[in-house]
Ligand binder design. Structure first.
Ligand code: SF4
Length: 201
């Protein structure tokens, strides 16, 4: 399975599920609170996204990547890191005037985060009730992610998962293909493992 196939399959599954259940997400164009969150990506998804990036998007990733790596190095073991990161209100560098700049190629993690609740409760300062983010779409996205990790293992001998902007930055700079090389680089950067750091599976 390719990332493009996984993205398409998830969209079809989601449309089918939402129609069957009569669920109408309140997510709309111009609503982007979830783009302040800590989003993860796999190497395969990143490689599929890379050729679609504009020079400006690449420039923003080259600027933001080192900053996020430093944040991860400092906070990857902190159980509160995602909420600290969310509340720092640093948007995804691919967010452009309130819209996703890579919408057709956005990662599974972005596609699976939906709500039918009040969108104001998605904001970093809000405290959404349990179930605000729909659990079934998220599980559907997670299953597709796991299928892609398997595919990545078949191709590279391992799967690499990490924070979206910093992983795209590392891919732009050139990542080793082999597991040992990847682990050595991530260890040197201080972002391998821990609760929120990069995972090599
Ligand atoms: S990739 Fe797009 S949808 Fe995902 S966090 Fe970035 S701007 Fe938002």
């Amino acid at each position: 399975m390719t990332p493009e196939e996984a993205w398409r399959a998830l969209e079809e599954d989601l449309a089918d599920y939402l129609e069957r259940k009569g669920v109408v997400p309140s997510c709309r164009a111009g609503c982007f609170a979830c783009c302040f969150g800590l989003v993860t990506l796999s190497r395969l998804e990143g490689l599929a996204l890379l050729p679609h990036l504009t020079p400006l998007q690449k420039a923003r990733l080259l600027e933001e990547g080192p900053r996020r790596l430093a944040l991860l190095q400092e906070g990857k073991d902190d159980p509160h890191f995602p909420s600290r990161f969310f509340q720092s209100r640093t948007p995804c560098p691919l967010l452009e005037e309130g819209l996703c700049g890579v919408y057709p190629q956005r990662p599974l993690a972005c596609r699976g985060l939906l709500t039918e609740g009040d969108p104001r409760l998605c904001a970093p300062e809000a405290t959404p009730p349990k179930g605000h983010f729909l659990p079934v779409p998220w599980r559907m996205a997670r299953l597709r992610m796991e299928a892609l990790w398997e595919e990545e293992r078949r191709r590279f001998g391992h799967a690499l998962i990490g924070e979206l902007a910093s992983l795209l930055y590392l891919l732009l700079k050139g990542l080793p293909q082999d597991r040992e090389g990847v682990e050595a680089l991530l260890r040197e950067l201080g972002v391998l493992g821990g609760r929120w750091g990069y995972q090599v599976l």
